[in-house]
Design a protein around this ligand. Structure first.
Ligand SMILES: C[S@@+](CC[C@H](N)C(=O)[O-])C[C@H]1O[C@@H](n2cnc3c(N)ncnc32)[C@H](O)[C@@H]1O
Length: 375
């Protein structure tokens, strides 16, 4: 038999010491749910750029499943991760932030392995008030949850539509990123209810936001700590694939003093991403010694930019860009807006979802100088 309990207790102790777990009842949930049953194996990147499967029943797998790690639990035919069991520390921090009450009806978007659903069911005392949707994996999650005596209501559905059959809910928790709060979630939330979701307007561009419903408006603050979930996918809709950087065309050359790896400043990256064309993403070019030499950006409209990582003696770096959108100019504008706003951190940003559907991000004061519309 797997000796998992002391490991779950050690993980709870570690999270409590790090300030990520403060509520005794969430601690009890964390120490009562055998994560290895819900995550019997995970995918680990191998040396050849592929994946190897690791069982969590013993050894390194068992250690990993009771550590504060996110574990990839499915990859698609292109080798992209499409489901994971999120970091337990992030999960409990989100659950604490939501202030789930004993009799609340809770909707989770992104069931995945069911681990988070198990924590919430354990916390609520039973699964009667927990509902969870995923675009996939529901049968497996249901089976494993049932083997542990947990019986929440799970449905295979596109989470963008919420789960109308059991609405309204007091809490909606999304463990998958969305570019804006879907109208269905707003409609399915009770007055006074809360939504905790990861807003990402492009890859890595956004953060967790905790919203409260007041009448027909939702408002709330972004979390001070950065977190990122995988983006929601919609297999029934044609997905636009970002085009690869072209090798020829009209290239503009300029220089910049801004940091080329703009995605590392997540606030700047978010402000820039509000102006990005669809499908904008980033990467790095390596030199012949396999060291990163250029930051690269490309968009679905065929635009691309390349920026030297090393600056010259004056602190300037070469920029080459091409295509209908001057991507590096958009990113530089993100830097400038951030500087003008006083280099704010995430905890100074708020989001309001208005009854007409407009979603406004604002800094410090809803009537203040700095606000942005979510696309
Ligand atoms: C980070 S995982 C969720 C982790 C999960 N809460 C757990 O405890 O294991 C994100 C999940 O969102 C799901 N997902 C992606 N697009 C979705 C969509 N449109 N509707 C519902 N779920 C979606 C993925 O299939 C994946 O299982």
């Amino acid at each position: 038999m797997t000796d998992w309990e002391p490991r779950a207790v050690a993980l709870a102790d570690e999270l409590a010491a790090a300030g990520k777990l403060t509520d005794e009842r969430w601690r009890k949930a964390l120490t009562s749910v055998p994560r290895h049953v819900l995550v019997p194996e995970y995918f680990q990147p191998d040396q050849e750029g592929g994946w190897r499967r690791v069982s969590t029943s013993a050894g390194e797998g068992l250690d990993a499943v009771y550590s504060n790690k996110s574990l990839i639990t499915d990859v698609d035919e292109r080798g992209h991760a499409v489901s994971s069991s999120s970091m337990p520390g992030l999960m409990v921090r989100m659950l604490e932030l939501l202030e789930i009450g004993r009799f609340h009806r809770v909707l989770e978007i992104g069931t995945g392995t069911g681990y988070n659903a198990a924590l919430i069911t354990e916390y609520l005392g039973n699964g009667n008030n927990l509902f969870s949707v995923d675009i996939d994996y529901i049968d497996t999650a249901q089976e494993r949850l049932a083997s542990l005596g947990y019986h929440p209501t799970l449905r295979k559905a596109d989470g963008v539509d919420g789960l109308p059959d059991w609405a309204p809910y007091d809490r909606i928790l999304a463990t998958v990123a969305v570019p804006r709060i879907p109208a269905a979630w707003v409609a399915q939330l009770n007055d006074g209810g809360r939504i905790l979701a990861d807003i990402k307007v492009a890859v890595s561009a956004g953060n967790l936001v905790l919203l409260r419903k007041n009448g027909d408006t939702l408002s709330g603050r972004f979390d001070g700590r950065y977190a990122a979930f995988m983006a929601m996918r919609h297999p029934d809709r044609a997905q636009q694939r970002p085009s690869q950087p072209a090798t020829s065309g009209n290239e503009e050359h300029s220089t910049t003093h801004y940091e080329p790896m703009a995605w590392e400043n997540t606030v700047v990256w978010f402000l820039a991403a509000l102006q990005f064309p669809e499908g904008t993403t980033y990467g790095m070019q390596l030199d012949s010694d396999h060291q990163p030499s250029k930051a690269t950006f490309s968009s679905g409209d065929g635009s691309w930019a390349r920026v030297d990582i090393k600056a010259d003696a004056n602190g300037e770096r070469l920029v080459v860009q091409s295509g209908p959108t001057s991507l590096w100019d958009v990113i530089s504008d993100g830097y400038r807006q951030w500087e003008e706003a006083g280099r704010p951190t995430w905890d100074r940003f708020y989001l309001t979802v208005k009854p007409d559907g407009e979603q406004v991000v604002w800094l410090d004061d809803p009537e203040g100088e700095f606000s942005w519309l979510l696309p």
